[in-house]
Design a protein around this ligand. Structure first.
Ligand SMILES: Cc1cc2nc3c(=O)[nH]c(=O)nc-3n(C[C@H](O)[C@H](O)[C@H](O)COP(=O)(O)O)c2cc1C
Length: 381
């Protein structure tokens, strides 16, 4: 019997087993209505389940109404939002994929423009379209960058109710059928803004030294872990580095990973950047293939934790090499899955794991195998 490529070896995470190591990275769609998902989300995420991915992440989902990044972001702050998520989670499960939720709070970046309207703070044009601003919140009254609104610094009491809202959203996610809960601790949103010394200027127990700045991330994790069943895994997405000299560093990430592991986080999802700009800013510099894999590798070896690599991993052989070299345990695919929603099935073919459509959905696999056996194909001269 031939051994499967690393990308197609199942991974056991607590009581779950993935069908392969391909994960669809969370990707905002900016298309929800008052935090409710609709048919767009169903089709967008459903295609990845049909396309063979092992785990499918729903986009950043707000635990509070004002924790949305944009007016089009989904939430789980209300029971009325559960059915939209449930449809997607059930569809993924029925088609062999594990549905995962990313729970987030946009913090200082709450209530910004949808990317195609500018990806910055709201302007008069956005307000005219009906996207009314709200007061964003953060660790300190310091804006993301010049020209961004000054956030309200969360009080101790507000932090307690925020943590409670994370737990409530996790309960709703469980009711919807999600099997993995991820805390969004990256990209300059609320949790990351507490971690980074560039944005957290507090002098109470939620600021100051590394332990103080990590406190919110750890308390949220503890609260979610308390409601998330023991047999289901938790992930944490980190911005492993801020990319600024005085900012959050990979060494800090390793310390955080060890603390999260003690609290029952199973996988570190290693992204980067975003603390001082709209997106996961690269400062306009061109990015290299797999530019964040080194962070997953550091966390994996130094915190001895299961790690997920993400960022410009586009080719199946590239993903296979990252796993074979033991630099990560899972591979998250973002934009390339928008190019090819069937990335996982195509990767199986490219890597010689399934060249006869065996792992394709039965609705199409039988026909494609038959066509392959019985047909000649056009090839340009
Ligand atoms: C349309 C879009 C929306 C995104 N939304 C999220 C999000 O909701 N949460 C998150 O952590 N990252 C988000 N990201 C970042 C991706 O998850 C991923 O980390 C990033 O695109 C790099 O991976 P890639 O090169 O495979 O696309 C988004 C990326 C894109 C392209």
């Amino acid at each position: 019997m031939t051994i499967a490529p690393h990308l197609f070896r199942p991974l056991t995470l607590r009581g779950l087993q993935t069908r392969n190591r391909v994960v669809i990275s969370p990707m905002c769609q900016y298309s929800a209505h008052e935090g409710h998902m609709d048919d767009w989300h169903m089709v967008h995420l459903g295609r990845f389940a049909i396309g063979g991915a092992g785990i499918i992440f729903t986009e950043a989902t707000a635990v509070q109404k004002h924790g949305r990044i944009t007016h089009g972001c989904p939430g789980l702050w209300s029971d009325s939002q559960i059915p939209g998520h449930a449809r997607i989670a059930q569809f993924a499960l029925r088609n062999g994929a594990i549905p995962a939720i990313q729970l987030g709070h946009a913090g200082r970046k709450g209530g910004m423009q949808r990317p195609w309207f500018g990806n910055g703070p709201l302007t008069a044009d956005d307000i005219a379209r009906g996207d009314m601003p709200w007061t964003a919140v953060g660790p300190s009254a310091a804006p993301v960058a010049e020209g961004w609104p000054v956030p309200h610094a969360l009080s101790g009491a507000e932090i307690i109710s925020l943590i409670d809202d994370y737990a409530s959203a996790a309960r709703r996610a469980l009711a919807a059928g999600y099997k993995i809960a991820e805390i969004h601790g990256a990209h300059g949103y609320l949790v990351h803004s507490f971690l980074s010394p560039l944005s957290n200027k507090r002098s109470d127990q939620y600021g100051g030294d590394l332990a103080g700045r990590m406190r919110l991330a750890l308390e949220i994790t503890e609260a979610v872990r308390a409601v998330w069943p023991d047999d289901l895994p938790m992930f944490f997405r980190t911005s492993a580095v801020d990319g600024a000299p005085e900012g959050w560093s990979i060494d800090d990430t390793v310390v955080l990973a060890r603390a999260l592991k003690r609290l029952g986080v199973d996988v570190m999802d290693c992204s980067s950047g975003g603390i001082a700009g709209a997106a996961t800013a690269s400062g306009g510099q061109k990015r290299q293939p797999g530019f964040q894999v080194e962070y997953a590798q550091r966390v994996r070896s130094e915190a001895e934790m299961t790690a997920m690599a993400v960022g410009l991993i586009t080719h199946p052989q590239q993903a296979e090499d990252v796993l074979a070299q033991e630099r990560a345990d899972l591979i998250a695919i973002g934009r390339e899955a928008l190019v090819d929603p069937m990335w996982a099935l195509h990767a199986a073919s490219t890597l010689g794991h399934d060249t006869v459509f065996d792992t394709w959905p039965e609705q199409s696999g039988w026909w494609l195998a038959m066509r392959q056996k019985t047909s000649d194909f056009y090839s340009p001269q």
